[in-house]
Design a protein around this ligand. Structure first.
Ligand SMILES: [Zn+2]
Length: 193
């Protein structure tokens, strides 16, 4: 080990704002003002990346799945039918509500799963419009909301497609946000070690 040259100086900072220039030979130094351990100057904190599209995508997933879950629950409650179809719809929508919440926190995985559920809903509405229309009828919301349950199924397919598109569009933003969060955690870890 070489002895540090005492003529070399370094600037130390404290979180309270205190700045001192000391010899590099000096080990850990306590702040004269607050007593906390002083440290090398930290690079400026990068700004929080925007989460606007991610928020929009998660709100759409939540909305879509909350409606699906309510429909399935109404279907089961009002008809007493607890068959595999009603349970499957309720379960998928419940997962969708959870992944929507994960996506809201910036989870890339939450966006992918949420997008996949939106795609499945759009696919089901487009392929089997009459079955989805039947769901609205069985949940007994069709005559109340709209005369034409087929049209309601088509609208649902459209909303699901929009949700899927927004989920895909939000992926780069979610990745940037995840990288920023990781960087903050690493930073906090580096400061405490
Ligand atoms: Zn201090």
């Amino acid at each position: 080990m070489t002895r540090a040259d005492s003529s070399q100086r370094r600037v130390l900072h404290c979180d309270c704002g205190e700045i001192r220039e000391v010899s590099v030979a000096l080990p850990v130094l306590a702040c004269v003002r607050c007593g906390a351990r002083m440290h090398d100057p930290r690079p400026p904190e990068p700004p929080i990346p925007s989460k606007l599209i991610v928020t929009g995508a998660s709100v759409l997933i939540e909305l879509l799945c909350a409606i699906g879950f309510t429909l399935a629950a109404l279907w089961m409650l009002r008809t007493g039918d607890t068959g595999p179809r009603a349970i499957a719809i309720a379960a998928i929508c419940a997962v969708g509500i959870l992944t929507g919440a994960m996506a809201y926190r910036g989870s890339v995985g939450g966006l992918i799963v949420g997008g996949a559920i939106a795609a499945a809903i759009a696919f089901a509405c487009a392929i089997d419009t009459s079955a989805v229309a039947e769901l609205f009828v069985r949940a007994r919301v069709a005559p109340l909301l709209v005369r034409d349950p087929q049209k309601l199924a088509t609208i649902t397919a459209g909303v699901a497609l929009i949700a899927l598109g927004v989920c895909i569009a939000a992926l780069p933003q979610a990745r940037r946000f995840a990288a920023w969060q990781r960087m903050r955690i690493e930073r906090a870890f580096a400061l405490t070690s």
